[in-house]
Design a protein around this ligand. Structure first.
Ligand code: GRF
Length: 192
């Protein structure tokens, strides 16, 4: 019997460490999970995240990024072949083109380590500390053509202590990321 029938088919795009991928795999293996991860795509051959996918026997592929168009076309083909309902970007360090977003035609989520709309882009923790922010956090949002600017699905904050440095804040925020990504996916498919 197909145990995963009725579950949403997810593809996860990564570039490196893959701790968010790992937490999504963990969630997908729970009873209450509404997802099945059918594909992991990495633009980086040595991404540690690929090992998690292999260990969990999830179809995974490295696609060279030297040519963006080629990367996107090959990805789109695989997404179609695997009937993917949703793409989750998890530490994917490339920006998808408007053409790709349009052609995929289904939702794409991203997780970002700040309380968007604050601190789009890189070095979020460094900038939040420098600006003496009282809170930081993580945001899951829809991907559109503009960087880190799509509709916010879920956000959770964490206090920045005086004793926090970039590294400690990063650790705290990452913990939150691992909690909210699966919740955001559930929210997307129930309320969106
Ligand atoms: C996370 O902090 C995520 O918010 C950002 O890149 C990092 C990726 O971490 N987009 P990991 O590869 O999931 O461990």
């Amino acid at each position: 019997m197909e145990k995963s029938s009725g579950k949403k088919k997810i593809a996860i795009f990564i570039s490196g460490r893959g701790s968010n991928l790992k937490s999504l795999i963990k969630y997908s293996n729970t009873k209450k999970s509404i997802i099945k991860i059918v594909l992991v795509i990495s633009n980086n051959f040595s991404a540690k995240g690929l090992d998690y996918a292999k260990k969990s026997k999830i179809k995974n592929i490295y696609i060279k990024y030297s040519n963006k168009k080629n990367f996107e076309n090959r990805s789109l083909k695989l997404l179609k072949q695997n009937n993917v309902d949703l793409i989750c970007l998890a530490g994917f360090m490339k920006i998808l083109s408007g053409n790709f977003i349009k052609k995929f035609y289904k939702p794409i989520l991203n997780i970002h380590p700040s309380l968007l709309p604050k601190y789009k882009g890189l070095n979020t923790h460094k900038r939040a500390i420098k600006n003496k922010e009282k809170f930081s956090g993580a945001t899951v949002h829809i991907v559109n053509k503009k960087l880190d600017a799509g509709k916010i699905i879920l956000q959770k904050r964490v206090k920045i202590l005086k004793s926090d440095c970039e590294k400690s804040l990063q650790k705290k925020v990452l913990k939150i990321e691992h909690k909210i990504y699966s919740k955001a996916i559930e929210k997307l498919f129930t309320n969106y």
